[in-house]
Structures are given as structure tokens and as C-alpha cells.
Design a protein around this ligand. Structure first.
Ligand code: ADP
Length: 367
């Protein structure tokens, strides 16, 4: 028997109108985590307590829509009044991919798992693109561990000014930066559910005064779960960069990341191998402690551009922790050159892909 996926159910629920009768349940971030077991599907719709009776038809509509799907035997939808954090409701909700006005191209920096240096690479790549003379923005969409405030030395910066709900991104090292960390604080534990992630992301994209940008670099949450997949679909992406470490296990994750973008028809612009080899801070010798080069070979096999390898290096880590990205703090270092080259190669790839950029955003077809 056919099984149904959470993603298919989210797609189905994106067709159901929410309490306002206009925006859909997904855009409004009302759907809880979906549980699927042996064809039985259960989830909750978060609503205002007072409206429970009035919204019973909405609950029934959701139950009916999912009940009709192939692979679903039974559906259990409940209305709850529990909305953790629930302030991130988008003002305008739409089913189509978010296309940020004024932003020429949006690229995602992703990784199959956490801790591979995705944010470090994202920041240095963004600054590298700025060094090419481009107008660059960086959006830290890593809601599970927003690290941009720290990486850019904005740790104590209060949330950017909010004028009629418009957020002004601070300008730092010549790029405009916005982070979930500004909204929720780096230390605040937030339990995000897929649809809420999307609501928050929607706000970060649409309610931020990005101005005119050549490139917006999005630091994605690590991994390839529902939230990431939906994000990859929701944002109109010109392409994605995947960061991996040389260990085999991480490459398995990287492959998963690659497949995720391919599934939603976003071109993968390249693979970056981080912590590729160890650069001795004393003698400058290079040791390949993880047996480096896995990503380059993998990129070749997968038909993806290889953007380069970044050494495992103490200076690089220290600069990150100091909020002084290496590409600006030590512009003459070999690391800075690596990131500059990477940015140039990435930009060249984007330019080559230019004709593709105007294509309409693909919809996932659920069979
Ligand atoms: P992710 O975004 O994948 O979770 P981060 O960019 O936050 O990863 O990096 C995780 C940790 O590893 C940070 O402390 C960072 O400074 C460090 N790090 C990242 N890349 C390197 C590198 N090439 N050499 C040394 N340390 C690194």
C-alpha cells in the first residue's frame, strides 16, 4: 500500500482556508507537527480558544481533505489553543514561493547536518561576494541555532528598529544582515514546528527592508527535514550551496541535502568541503586528518560544481568567535583567498545560470 508523507499532507493543507477564510492553514502557521503511523494521520490546528465552535467547519475541512489522500486510512484533527511564541504570523500569505522585492537572486547555504561550518562558510561567502562589488544581504534562517549575531560581532545588538513592523537590517562589514537571533535571541530555546518556521521565514523575507540587493545569502537550518524542504520550496531560490566535511558520514548527509534541492528543482551551485585538512598554525604544514578530498570526488560523481576546500584552522575559528570573519579580518590570509575564489566561482556559476533565473518557481506535483 502507498504511504503518505508529511510533506504531501502539508501540501494538501495548504489548500485549506484558515480562520480568516483567505490565507491557508500552512501560510498561517496553524498546523502542528504531523504524526503518521500505519496510515493513521494526526495533527492539531492552533486557534484562538474563543473561536473553537465557529472553526469546527475548518477542522472538518482539513480532516476531509487529508482523509481523501491515498495512503491515509484515518485522520484525527484536533483544535488547540496552544500557540508557542505565535507572533510570527505573516501579514500576507500566499502559496507561491516568496520572491523578495528588490532582491535579484537568493541563494541558500545548506548542510545535511549541523556543526559542519555552514554558517561560517555562509558569512565568508557573503562577504566574498560583497568584495566582488556586489550588494549583498545575509539572512540567518537557522532558527535552531542562529549564529549570525555572533559571527558578525552583533551579539549585543538589540533587535533592529521596527517601524510599522518593517525591520531594518543592520549593515555590517558592508552587507545587510538579518537573523532569527535578533528576533528570538541566540539563547532562547524555541521549539519550532515546520509551518511556524515558514511563518517566521516569511516575516524575515517580506518585512525586512532589504533594499536593492544583487544577492541574498540564506543560511539555512541544518538537515533535510520537513522544515528545510518547505523552506527550500517557499523561498524563490536561484540555487544552493552545500557544505560538508570530508568524513564519509557527513557526505551521506550532504547527498541528502543535494537530493532535497533537486526534489524541489533548485539548482545546486556547488559543494564546499569544510574542515578539509588541518593547517598547522605553527609551521603551516598541511595534514589530512580526515582523508580529505571526499567532497571533490563526490561532487564529480554527482555532477555538481566543486567550490573548494577550507582547512580546519584555529585562526578561522577564533575569528568566527570574535565576530570578525576571516575574509575581512585577515584579507591576506590563505583562508581569505579561498573564500574570495569560492565567491567568484559561485558568482560565475550564477551568471552562467542567468537565463534559468526567470523561470517560474516549480511546484511539487503530488501523485
Ligand atoms: P554550522 O553552521 O554548520 O552549525 P558553524 O559555522 O557554526 O557550523 O561552525 C561550527 C563551529 O566550527 C564553530 O565554532 C566554528 O567557528 C567552527 N569552524 C567552522 N569552520 C571551521 C574551520 N574551517 N576551521 C576551524 N573551525 C571551524
Amino acid at each position: 500500500m502507498m504511504t503518505v508523507s508529511k510533506e504531501q499532507i502539508y501540501r494538501q493543507l495548504a489548500k485549506i482556508a484558515g480562520p480568516d477564510g483567505k490565507s491557508d492553514l500552512i501560510s498561517l502557521g496553524l498546523v502542528s507537527e504531523i504524526v503518521i503511523r500505519d496510515g493513521v494521520v494526526a495533527f492539531a490546528l492552533n486557534i484562538d480558544k474563543e473561536r473553537a465552535a465557529e472553526l469546527e467547519p475548518m477542522r472538518e475541512a482539513a480532516e476531509h481533505a487529508v482523509g481523501q489522500m491515498e495512503g491515509v486510512n484515518r485522520v484525527n484533527v484536533v483544535l488547540t489553543a496552544h500557540r508557542p511564541g505565535g507572533s510570527a504570523k505573516p501579514r500576507r500569505a500566499g502559496r507561491s514561493a516568496i520572491d523578495v522585492p528588490g532582491v535579484e537572486r537568493t541563494i541558500a547555504v545548506a548542510s545535511g547536518k549541523g556543526g559542519v561550518g555552514k554558517s561560517t562558510v555562509a558569512v565568508n561567502l557573503a562577504l566574498g561576494l560583497a568584495k566582488l562589488g556586489l550588494k549583498v544581504g545575509i539572512l540567518d534562517a537557522d532558527i535552531y541555532g542562529p549564529s549570525m549575531p555572533r559571527l558578525l560581532g552583533l551579539g549585543d545588538t538589540p533587535m533592529p528598529e521596527s517601524r510599522e513592523r518593517v525591520l531594518t537590517p543592520p549593515m555590517v562589514f558592508g552587507v545587510k544582515a538579518m537573523s532569527m537571533g535578533f528576533l528570538v535571541g541566540e539563547e532562547t530555546p524555541v521549539i519550532w514546528r515546520g509551518p511556524m518556521v515558514i511563518s517566521a521565514l516569511d516575516r524575515m523575507l517580506r518585512s525586512v527592508a532589504w533594499g536593492r540587493l544583487d544577492v541574498l545569502v540564506v543560511d539555512m537550518p541544518p538537515g533535510t527535514g520537513d522544515a528545510q524542504l518547505t523552506m527550500a520550496q517557499k523561498v524563490k531560490l536561484a540555487g544552493a550551496v552545500i557544505v560538508s566535511t570530508p568524513q564519509d558520514l557527513a557526505l551521506v548527509d550532504a547527498r541528502r541535502g543535494l537530493n532535497m534541492f533537486r526534489r524541489v528543482d533548485v539548482p545546486v551551485l556547488g559543494l564546499v568541503e569544510n574542515m578539509s585538512y588541518f593547517l598547522c598554525p605553527h609551521c603551516g604544514a598541511r595534514s589530512e586528518i580526515f582523508g580529505h578530498g571526499g567532497a571533490r570526488g563526490e561532487a564529480g560523481r554527482l555532477g555538481v560544481e566543486f567550490l573548494g576546500e577550507v582547512p580546519l584552522d584555529r585562526l578561522l575559528r577564533e575569528r568566527s568567535d570574535q565576530g570578525r570573519p576571516i575574509i575581512v579580518s585577515d584579507p591576506d590570509s590563505p583562508h581569505a583567498r579561498i573564500f574570495r575564489d569560492m565567491a567568484a566561482q559561485l558568482w560565475a556559476g550564477l551568471e552562467a545560470d542567468n537565463h534559468d533565473n526567470a523561470r517560474p518557481f516549480p511546484e511539487i506535483v503530488v501523485e
